[in-house]
Design a protein around this ligand. Sequence first.
Ligand code: ADP
Length: 736
Amino acid sequence: MSGPDPVTRPDPDVADHSPAAPARAVEVLIPLPLPEPYDYAEPPGLDLAPGDLVRAPLGPRSVVGVVTRVREMVGVNRPLRPLEGRLEAPALPERTLAFVQWAARYGADVPGAALALALRGLRHPPPRPVPRLIASGLVPPRLSPGRARVLDLASTPRTRGELAKEAGVSSAVVGALIAAGALTPAPALAAPWPRPDPDHRPAALNPSQAAALAGLERQTGFAVTLLDGVTGSGKTEVYLEAAAGVLRADPEAQILILLPEIALTAAALARVEARFGAAPAAWHSNIAGPRRRAVWEAVAGGAARIVVGARSALFLPFRKLALIVVDEEHDEAYKQEDGFIYQARDMAVARGKIEDAPVILASATPSLESLWNARQGRYGWLRLTDRHGGAVLPEVELVDLRQTPPDAGRWLSPPLVQALVLTLQRGEQSLLFLNRRGYAPLVMCRACGERLKAPDSDSWLVEHRYRGRLVCHLTGFSMPKPQACPHCGARESLVSVGPGVERVEEEARSLFPEARIAVFSSDTTPDAASAQSLIDAMAAGEIDILVATQAAAKGHDFPNLTLVGVVDADVGLRGGDLRAAERTFQLLTQVAGRAGRRERPGRALLQSWAPDHPVMTAIAAQDRDAFAALELAEREAAGLPPFGRLAAVVLASPDPERLEAYARALAAAAPNAEGIEVYGPADAPLALIRGVRRKRFLVRADRNVDLQAFLTTWRARARPPSSVRLTFDVDPYSFL
Ligand code: ADP
């Protein structure tokens, strides 16, 4: 921006004394659950515009907010508090703000709650770059060998610490060279956000992949495409080529690749870097604060072109978002359940619409919602039916536990044990899958029948033998396993009921004492690094039998894995919620898909007590379409998603009487609306968590009614007292 003409520039002293132009009123949205934006006065000279980030006083505090509107101070007759100033950060792009407001409305929540997600990167100060030094060419009066080594090294920029360390001198020696003018600050670093090169290492796509790519490239502007391809068919290759096409067309374009799990990001980052010759920006909750700030600013400023992240990356302030990929789109980890509640896959579609950018939903087992949208023609639908390079899908067989049960107190049936023996003999790897952490999901007293529960919650305590404790998976409460039953006092009466991964590991060790066996669960791999080292060990063939929860079901490629045993295929069917069958189908298909990804054919054995259940027969036949048709027909008959819509209304309070009273008041206040039914209130299945009691309503609505307007009207008619928390969960995934 060029300055004003010097001839007409007002003398600053005169300007200060002239009658000031009336201040403007600035509407600021604050990232807190407040009902609306607040008005402030614009301090002179700030010249704010919507999207600008400002510091504003809020009660005794100072908060960061975003300007949503600036207007002349007409009709404002109360004095407004002045803003404190503008934040040193790029403004929030207009479309990001529009998205935040849209997402809040969809969730029947206040915009400030969604904004908190979009401004999460700003909570930390920007990283301070360590200044680097370079030789100025000036020769100091005394040139000792140490000084000479430093100057030699400083022909390329290095920090003070690096120079001292590498030259083997003290920091004082470097200091003296600075004082003498022989070392000067080096110009700023080259951009830390290298540009991805779309032609760095393009993939040679096979014909069906090339056809899918052509399908994607026909899209311009907003369009949603379901990339529906079996595991190993090359969906990742295809969407990376689509990203390359976007970058070729516009080098300033930005691309977002969403993944459901932090554990998957390391592999994805490496793959993007290999393809484009430049590391993408990573975004998830394990990224350190200052780094997050740097990524946030680079995304807002446009320097970060490719972002690989977990669900909250969807709220980053992209300047020119030109493609969104949601990988493993069916994964329920895309649903954020606390704080601001949202489903990142669905919100990605909304964001794509606002940004006028295409959205790719990729999965081997798409959600029924996406399949249905594809069938209706609302989404494009590209299918990859074969594994790349002729790798074959595994044979899936059901083991009928009624016919061939395991021995008493054991969990692996004779056919599965036999398959493990053969796999070990061939020097290949096996995966035993059981989606239950710990040793046993329940501890019971043989004398009185008591099931041990946490003192302040409704869930059973899970026995963890490694840690020697009983743990509540809901709240993290834990205690040592007692010697006697806490209920009847009987000694030695507590028995472990059912298997967890630790118990299956114990059984595998007793069967195969020579085998190398490891457990993969969030207990054995608490962070991304430990998960990665276990994955690496498995990929390197250092493990014969991996006993794993769903942490290992996703996306990893183990070339020598040829047997998958599903210990309890029925486990997901017992939940009885809306998506129980769908979840079971997806999970088991994904797990079975781990077997035999390369030249070796794989085998998957599913142990089931209900092998005639339609979900089981569809999985065994690997008949996704038959399963989807069955399940969609049931949902249609009941008006359930995707044919109708649901919202959960959850009330929580430590005070049971106030909770009851408010639940009654809310029930009485439900608006009468065509096409909407309200069920409840009922005690939540988990009615007590950490001493907080919970009640729920379930709302079912036809697709064409405004569910959000219904919810907000309802809340306005019966606002909760301060002792009760009211949460709306639109499109709920959890029914607990
Ligand atoms: P998906 O995402 O569908 O599971 P990937 O893209 O990960 O599949 O592909 C599976 C494996 O096959 C990967 O190791 C990938 O590099 C390889 N692959 C897929 N397509 C090709 C191709 N056209 N050329 C070379 N390797 C490929």
